[in-house]
Design a protein around this ligand. Structure first.
Ligand SMILES: [Zn+2]
Length: 407
């Protein structure tokens, strides 16, 4: 079925035929590379301040290190995506807000510097129409997004500041409850009722500016509140389904149906510990316990910013020395196929959490993305379905956000 379908799509230039030419393989790769392929959550900006990282080079691709650079994007047919300004959660006070704001602005500037340094390879995108245009020009698409709105403090005027710097997707919360929302993974007793009043204002202000809302990391109650308040559909930029693996980062089939009924999209993540029960190696458990003791069991949330940085650097070290065991490509695909079975190809996409913990055995970095296309074709999904899954759905919501913009 897929061979027929692919023959119908046509291809601009027939590849050299050589020994072992595999028609099906050649065709799914051609189709994949012809599609507009966007990932909704690239943590790659975290690498930009690393002097060893060269975005134009094929950096060592050991899982957990560099998963996105230009050669890998070319091989994997990844046209670009949402490049994340991520801020770890810190204490809710004026001094910490200020430090977080400066760090987020710096990260935003680093994304712009990437584009300024490589203007023939990357371009900042700020509208849905930009994606096609930039991809057609042979450059990679750089949308900006915010993961964790903590650095806004209580000054919602900062949303417009970030909008003016190109941010088009904003997520209120990360691992811990904050001034805006309940987090999916904050198991402390506090319950903010989903969104705080300030969180509701954040959603309205993002709507007013024409920015999309990202409810990944939000607690179920916060996701429901976001859908209630937002005038445009919600994006789950890197999330999984809990009916296959019950983790607080994932959502139930019922809630997923609500997201779809609201016009929203789930972008499936590929972070092993969120998609199956993976036992960490004993050395890792020991090292993590030693780290906790070293910091007297204090949560990083309650550490001073210097100490928190030291803690996070040590944790990164442990991650690299004793990595979590890997999940597999099939477990990732099960997540995607389940979401597709529940809500259909208009409401599913991909946000693998590249350079942020994502990646599975068999799909270690973005060079392996054509495998997803191959697998979806095998399952009977059409070229039109693939166009939606790889970016069309996300851009549809972006157009809705643009249309809802008020001056
Ligand atoms: Zn995340």
């Amino acid at each position: 079925m897929s061979a027929l379908l692919l023959a119908a799509c046509g291809s601009p230039s027939a590849p050299e035929r050589d020994e072992g030419y595999d028609v099906a393989e050649q065709n799914y790769r051609e189709l994949h590379h012809a599609l507009l392929v966007i990932d909704s959550h690239l943590d790659t900006p975290a690498n930009l301040s690393n002097p060893d990282f060269d975005v134009l080079a094929d950096n060592p691709s050991k899982l957990g290190r560099v998963q996105v650079d230009l050669p890998k994007m070319e091989r994997g047919g990844l046209d670009g995506g949402f490049w994340v300004i991520y801020t770890p959660q810190g204490p809710l006070n004026v001094t910490s807000y200020e430090a977080a704001k400066l760090a987020a602005l710096k990260r935003s500037d680093e994304i712009l510097q990437l584009i300024e340094m490589h203007p023939n390879e990357f371009e900042l995108a700020t509208t849905a129409d930009d994606a096609e245009r930039i991809a057609a020009s042979g450059k990679k698409i750089v949308y900006k997004s915010i993961e964790n709105s903590y650095p806004l403090g209580t000054d919602l005027g900062m949303i417009e500041e970030f909008y003016n710097r190109g941010v088009r997707l904003i997520g209120p919360v990360h691992f811990m409850d904050n001034q805006f929302a309940d987090s999916a993974t904050d198991l402390s007793a506090s319950d903010l009722g989903g969104l705080t009043p300030l969180g509701e204002e954040l959603i309205r202000e993002a709507n007013r500016l024409g920015m999309m809302i990202d409810a990944s990391h939000a607690a179920d109650s916060a996701l429901e509140a976001i859908m209630e308040v937002s005038s445009t559909p919600v994006v789950l930029s890197h999330t999984g389904v809990s009916s296959l693996y019950d983790h607080p980062r994932n959502i139930s089939d019922d809630l997923l149906r609500k997201v779809a009924a609201d016009g929203g999209v789930i972008q499936i993540n590929a972070l092993g510990a969120y998609i199956e029960d993976l036992e960490p190696p004993a050395e890792r458990v020991e090292a993590m316990e030693a780290l906790s003791e070293e910091f007297n069991g204090i949560s990083p949330f309650d550490l001073s910013s210097n100490e928190r940085e030291r803690y996070l650097a040590r944790r990164q070290e442990i991650n690299e020395t004793y990595p979590m065991p890997l999940s597999s490509f099939e477990v990732f695909m099960d997540q995607m196929l389940h979401a597709l079975a529940i809500v259909g190809p208009d409401h599913v996409g991909m946000g693998a959490d590249w350079d942020g913990g994502g990646g599975v055995a068999g799909m270690e970095d973005v060079s392996d993305l054509p495998k997803v296309t191959e697998r979806l074709l095998e399952e009977g999904y059409s070229k039109e379905d693939l166009e939606k899954i790889w970016g069309g759905n996300l851009l549809r919501i972006m157009r809705q956000a643009e249309a809802a913009k008020q001056n």
